[in-house]
Design a binder for this molecule. Structure first.
Ligand SMILES: *Cc1c(COP(=O)(O)O)cnc(C)c1O
Length: 489
């Protein structure tokens, strides 16, 4: 199918996106500043205190005017894709637009306190942290929260270390297995292994949910914990969760909640009420803080009362007159400097406070509605459902990686591909709560056009982005990290 002869469904909005992608690709190679112009600049510095052989009289610099410079950087900024240029339906990652007011709040001068200051002089900071601990505990149905871990993966590690300390404390240190569904995020397996546990992999049933018989078979006196995310990575709610919790608790194990999918449940259901004992929150996914490119995040950990004494130190609590730091009695120790990624925590606090109970309810409603609407508008087979905040389609005979590259041609970011592996050629899609129907229609159109593309177009895509198909293996093995490396060849 040629790009111009699509099935007559192009709207003006789509055309605009389409043209923008073409503009960037077609003939708009942006030279380096040094390629644009090299001017000999004479340096007049007769008073230099340096010896003569260490100074120079002339220097090569690009001789560009301010508009030329401004346009250079603006053009470069348009060759990249980000959440401020279009939708980013990367399943599991919750790549949503974050309102700018949270950045303003984090940039307030009053937030810039040195973390080493004495608690009496930073009462406002401690109050914010204390209230955020409370918000998160309430949202997750947990009794105590630490804000220290700097990412979801770090939160998992803390949670598993806390579980380990709890078992050791109860003379149950022989428990050496952590059970994880095969559809789980890679960090779950890494966390269990790093925490010193053997991983027991749990297959899914025909519905894409935890297989209770397989769980029964996996559980034993060796079980330290079961790690689950709910809704799971297929976007499906684990309906048997209370039964699952009972089964795990019956053998003396703990239930760990991976909070990456919490935006599906906000204000409606709480991991604590489902029977989970310990959880992390990916505040950069569920609340605010843009996190593309691996920027700073935060992965607070919530626990039930029995596990609170083992949380990392220090935590914040209310004292007689104000707030103070304290070390939980059997703490596993420090896991990050001071209280964690403070500026990220401010944004999460600001976001939750601004949305309030009603706003959080609205967010989960829209996250679920948007995913189900988009799933209903595409041509690819969507084997499971109905969904919560994300769905997994199958690219069928097409290669999911080709589909992803092809979608770039239509000016949108593709979904997560090839994971979870239960769906072949998986397209794991999470439109998030922030997108409008118009944007969802644009995404649906990109899916449909990709599915209608012929094999050759798919294999060579993308054709309209600043960079074409990149040889990722070579790029990873022989990275060219400077312009000089290119010249040397
Ligand atoms: C993102 C994610 C994680 C890891 O969280 P980070 O904050 O990226 O470290 C864990 N589990 C799931 C399901 C995720 O989507």
């Amino acid at each position: 199918m040629s790009d111009n002869a699509s099935n007559g469904e192009k709207s003006r909005v789509e055309d605009a996106y389409y043209d923008q992608a073409r503009y960037v690709r077609n003939g708009h190679y942006e030279p380096l500043l040094s390629e644009k112009d090299q001017t000999q600049v004479t340096i007049h510095d007769d008073d230099s205190p340096l010896p003569g052989h260490l100074t120079r009289d002339t220097l090569e610099l690009p001789g560009l005017s301010e508009p030329e410079l401004a346009r250079h950087y603006t053009r470069l900024s348009q060759m990249i894709y980000g959440i401020d240029t279009g939708p980013y339906p990367l399943g599991s990652c919750t790549m949503k637009y974050n309102p700018k007011f949270t950045e303003d709040v984090a940039a307030l001068e009053s937030g810039a306190v040195h973390p080493g200051r004495s608690p009496e002089t930073i009462q406002g900071t401690l109050e914010l942290l204390y209230r955020l601990q409370g918000y998160l505990a309430q949202i997750g149905g947990m009794d105590a929260v630490t804000l220290q871990p700097p990412a979801g993966a770090a939160g998992e590690f803390v949670g598993i270390r806390v579980a380990n300390a709890y078992h050791e404390h109860n003379d149950e240190g022989h428990r050496d297995e952590v059970i994880i569904p095969e559809s789980a995020h890679g960090t779950n397996f890494a966390t269990a292994a790093l925490g010193g546990y053997n991983v027991v992999s749990l297959p899914s049933n025909d519905e894409g949910r935890v297989d209770l018989e397989a769980l029964e078979a996996a559980l034993s006196e060796q079980t330290a914990a079961l790690m689950l995310t709910n809704p799971n990575t297929l976007g499906l709610f684990e309906r048997d969760i209370t039964e699952i919790a009972e089964m795990v608790h019956d053998v003396g194990g703990l239930l760990y909640y991976d909070g990456a999918n919490l935006n599906a449940l906000l204000g409606r259901a709480r991991p604590g009420d489902m029977g989970f004992d310990v959880m992390h929150y990916n505040v950069h996914k569920t609340f605010a803080t843009p996190h593309g490119g691996g920027g700073p995040g935060a992965g607070p950990v919530g626990v039930v009362d029995e596990l609170a004494p083992f949380l990392p130190a220090p935590r914040v609590r209310e004292a007689e007159d104000g707030y103070e730091l304290f070390d939980p009695e059997q703490t596993i120790g420090h896991v990050h400097g001071y209280q964690g990624n403070w500026l990220v925590l401010i944004k999460a606090f600001a976001y939750i406070a601004r949305l309030g109970d009603e706003g959080l309810l609205d967010a989960s409603a829209k996250a679920v509605l948007n995913a189900n609407y988009l799933a209903s508008q595409i041509d690819y087979d969507v084997p499971y459902g109905p969904f919560h905040h994300e769905f997994v389609a199958s690219a069928g005979e097409q290669d999911a990686a080709d589909v992803a590259k092809r979608m770039l041609d239509f000016g949108v970011h593709p979904p997560t591909t090839k994971w979870p592996e239960i769906v072949s050629e998986a397209l794991m899609t999470e439109p998030t709560e922030v997108e409008s129907k118009e944007t969802l229609d644009l995404l649906a159109s990109a899916f449909r056009r990709a599915s209608a593309s012929d094999a050759e177009t798919l294999e060579t895509a993308p054709n309209r982005t600043a960079a074409g198909r990149i040889d990722q293996t070579s790029a990873a093995r022989n990275p060219r990290l400077s312009w000089h490396a290119l010249e040397d060849e």
